[in-house]
Design a protein around this ligand. Structure first.
Ligand code: ATP
Length: 323
């Protein structure tokens, strides 16, 4: 491998810039040429590609978003689109690809690597923390801290007015942001997709003592279709328990922005450097993850296909501490 291409794809996440910087600098350090591909797979299909030197990634470690931009690209999901992408790679002399993104982006990388003989290395870049084989993903810690900041503020007004707040957080079909956000913010409960078919989480919350000893309550709800979202629960409470003063806050896209935390910057730097190590070791078609503070190579098939389990003891902790 002489030249690598790097792109960010799917939903953006704080720390993607730190990862771009790490991959670029580690590659140059190891004597490789680097090309930045703009707007995810779209830039690969249309040839929006530019050589990256060390200075191109100066002064970005602290920035949210991604300087490479990101996009969702329909064309890349077709064989014709991927052929165009491959042709552009060859034209640019790119012989390995580093993809920073979530499960969709890594699925694309996996299919692309199977069709053409190109080493693809993935970095887990998503606030959702929903990739299997890594303890955490780039952006997750920052999003979690953003949620805490918001919930702390909501708590002030919830207490003053003695209200029940349903706060909707992101996470797709994973409840990591909702559950850990609830523990860290001292919320009374979390409604998460992992348990949507097991129990009526709202009934449990009401039964477990809502308002027995409190003058406000905050419940974090994961945005997933499996939970139905915060509005759904607010409506239910309004119908079934009209005595409660219920409000809804949907945190939305503010969860994706902001300067990455120290944790996300260090994670992105380590994973980015490890992506280049993997390429130098002739690894291919793996996601770089971190487990017990050690770098691990996770085959794409494993990272994408498996549902990442959420720790049950977290649910117990939340329940015990919200009495
Ligand atoms: P996030 O989880 O943060 O939203 P993501 O990476 O899962 O990020 P997606 O929109 O699912 O985001 O995927 C990003 C891009 O990856 C798609 O727009 C598409 O170009 C490519 N992609 C996704 N699935 C496939 C697939 N099955 N085949 C080829 N390309 C795919």
């Amino acid at each position: 491998v002489k030249c690598i291409g790097i792109l960010t794809s799917g939903g953006d996440a704080p720390g993607m810039n730190a990862a771009i910087r790490a991959v670029t600098r580690a590659a140059i350090y190891n004597g490789l040429q680097v090309k930045g591909i703009y707007r995810g797979y779209k830039g690969l299909v249309t040839g929006e590609i530019k050589e990256f030197k060390s200075q191109n990634v100066s002064n970005i470690i602290q920035l949210g978003g991604t300087i490479l931009k990101t996009a969702r690209c329909k064309e890349f999901t077709t064989p014709e689109g991927r052929q165009l992408a491959y042709d552009n790679m060859k034209k640019e002399g790119i012989d390995a690809l580093v993809v920073i993104g979530g499960d969709g982006s890594l699925t694309g990388a996996r299919i692309f690597a199977q069709e053409f003989d190109i080493p693809c290395i993935g970095l887990p870049g998503t606030i959702d923390n929903d990739l299997y084989g890594t303890d955490t993903t780039i952006g997750y810690d920052t999003a979690l801290n953003t949620i805490l900041d918001a919930v702390d503020k909501i708590r002030d007004t919830a207490t003053s007015h003695e209200r029940l707040f349903f706060v909707e957080v992101m996470g797709r079909d994973a409840g990591f942001l909702a559950l850990n956000g609830a523990i860290a913010s001292g919320a009374e409960a979390a409604i998460i997709p992992e348990f949507s078919t097991e129990v009526d989480q709202l009934e449990e919350f009401i039964k477990n003592g809502f308002r027995k000893s409190k003058n406000s309550s905050i419940v974090l709800v994961a945005e997933s279709e499996l939970t139905g979202g915060a509005m759904h629960y607010a409506e239910r409470v309004k119908n079934e328990y009209p005595q409660y003063d219920v409000r809804v806050t949907i945190l939305g896209h503010l969860q994706r922005g902001g300067s990455p935390t120290a944790h996300d910057r260090i994670l992105a730097s380590r994973l980015g450097a490890a992506a280049i190590d993997a390429i130098m070791e002739d690894q291919r078609n793996v996601m770089i993850g971190i487990e017990h503070d050690e770098i691990v190579y996770v085959p794409f098939s494993k990272a994408i296909k498996n549902d990442k389990p959420i720790k049950r003891d977290l649910v117990t902790v939340l329940k015990e501490l919200s009495i």
